[in-house]
Design a protein around this ligand. Structure first.
Ligand code: AMP
Length: 286
C-alpha cells in the first residue's frame, strides 16, 4: 500500500492501478468499522483507495478540528491489513486549493432535520468534501457506514446529481461486544459513561427491532418502549429518537402504523449525549 498526500502523487498512483476503483472516505482514527468498509470495497473492486482527511468544513469550530484524533501510523497499518492499495492523506490545501473557488454542495431538505438540525452546515461540508474526493479519485464506487444513516442518504443524493454514476454502498454497522456502535468518539467516554451508553442506545434500538418483528407497528408504542430504557439512565440525555421514511427522511407521525404510513423501509435514528459526547446510531425496519 502506498501513502500519498498531494493531488499529483494521487494522480500518478491512480494511473498505475487497475479499474474499477473503490473509494472509502474517512477522517482517520480507523477502527473495525472502517475496516469493514475497506474489506467490502476490497471484495468488489480491483483497486481500493482510502482517504483520511479531517474536513474542516464539516465542523462547527476550529477547536473541534484540532481536537480530532490523528493516528496516521495505526491508520496505515489497519488500512493495509484490510486490503487498501492507496491511502490518500491530503492537507486542506490539496482539497481546497487557496486560489480555486469551491462549489459548495447544498443538500437541501435531506439535511435539515436530525443531525442537520443540531449541526448547521455539517452536511454541506460533508457533501462538498466527498464530491471533491470523487473529483480527485474518480472512483467507480464508494463505501459508507449505515450508522451515519443521514450522511449516507445525503451522499446518495449528491452522487445522483453527478454525471459519473458512482455507486454508493452502505455497510452494516460494526458494534463492540456490548452492542455500542464503534465510533472514534467512544474514546472520549468515561468508563461509567461507556457502560451507560451501551446499556441504553443499542438496547433501545434492539427493543424497537424486536417489538416490530413481533408485530408492534405503532410509532408511539415503539417510541415509548425505547424511551423508557433511555430515561432510566440519568447520565444519558436523549436528543432525538426519530422514525422517518428511509428514502426521503420525512418523519412519520406519532399516530402512524409502520407499513400503512410508509411504503418503503423506515429509518429509526437516535442521538444521545453521554459525558458531553454526542453519539448516534440507527437501524432500519423493513
Ligand atoms: P468517519 O471517519 O467517522 O468520518 O467515518 C468514515 C466512514 O466510516 C463513514 O462512512 C462512517 O459511516 C463509517 N463508520 C464509522 N463507524 C462505523 C461503524 N461502527 N460501522 C460501520 N461503518 C462505520
Amino acid at each position: 500500500m502506498r501513502t500519498v498526500t498531494t493531488r499529483a502523487e494521487l494522480e500518478q498512483s491512480l494511473a498505475q492501478l487497475p479499474r474499477p476503483v473503490a473509494l472509502v472516505p474517512t477522517m482517520g482514527a480507523l477502527h473495525a468499522g472502517h475496516v469493514a468498509l475497506i474489506a467490502a470495497a476490497r471484495r468488489a473492486a480491483a483497486t481500493v483507495v482510502v482517504s483520511v482527511f479531517v474536513n474542516p468544513r464539516q465542523f462547527a469550530n476550529a477547536a473541534d478540528v484540532a481536537r480530532y484524533p490523528r493516528t496516521l501510523a495505526s491508520d496505515q497499518q489497519l488500512a493495509e491489513a484490510a486490503g487498501a492499495d492507496l491511502l490518500f492523506t491530503p492537507d486542506a490545501d490539496q482539497i481546497y486549493p487557496p486560489n480555486e473557488p469551491v462549489a459548495m454542495i447544498e443538500p437541501g431538505p435531506l439535511a435539515t432535520r436530525l443531525e442537520g438540525a443540531s449541526r448547521p452546515g455539517h452536511f454541506t461540508g460533508v457533501a462538498t468534501v466527498v464530491s471533491r474526493l470523487f473529483d480527485l479519485v474518480r472512483p467507480n464506487e464508494a463505501y459508507f457506514g449505515a450508522k451515519d444513516a443521514q450522511q449516507v442518504r445525503v451522499i446518495e443524493w449528491m452522487a445522483a446529481q453527478r454525471s459519473d454514476q458512482i455507486s454508493i454502498h452502505r455497510v452494516t454497522t460494526v458494534r463492540d461486544g456490548d452492542g455500542l456502535a464503534l465510533s472514534s468518539r467512544n474514546q472520549m467516554l468515561s468508563a461509567s459513561g461507556r457502560v451507560a451508553a451501551a446499556k441504553t442506545i443499542p438496547v433501545a434500538l434492539s427493543l424497537i427491532a424486536e417489538a416490530y418483528a413481533s408485530g408492534v407497528t405503532s410509532v408511539a408504542m415503539l417510541r415509548t418502549l425505547a424511551e423508557r430504557v433511555i430515561t432510566a439512565e440519568p447520565s444519558v440525555t436523549l436528543d432525538y429518537l426519530d422514525f422517518a421514511e428511509s428514502a426521503t427522511l420525512v418523519p412519520l407521525s406519532e399516530s402512524a402504523q409502520i407499513g400503512d404510513a410508509a411504503p418503503g423501509e423506515v429509518l429509526v435514528s437516535l442521538a444521545a449525549v453521554v459525558d458531553g459526547v454526542r453519539l448516534i446510531d440507527a437501524i432500519t425496519l423493513p
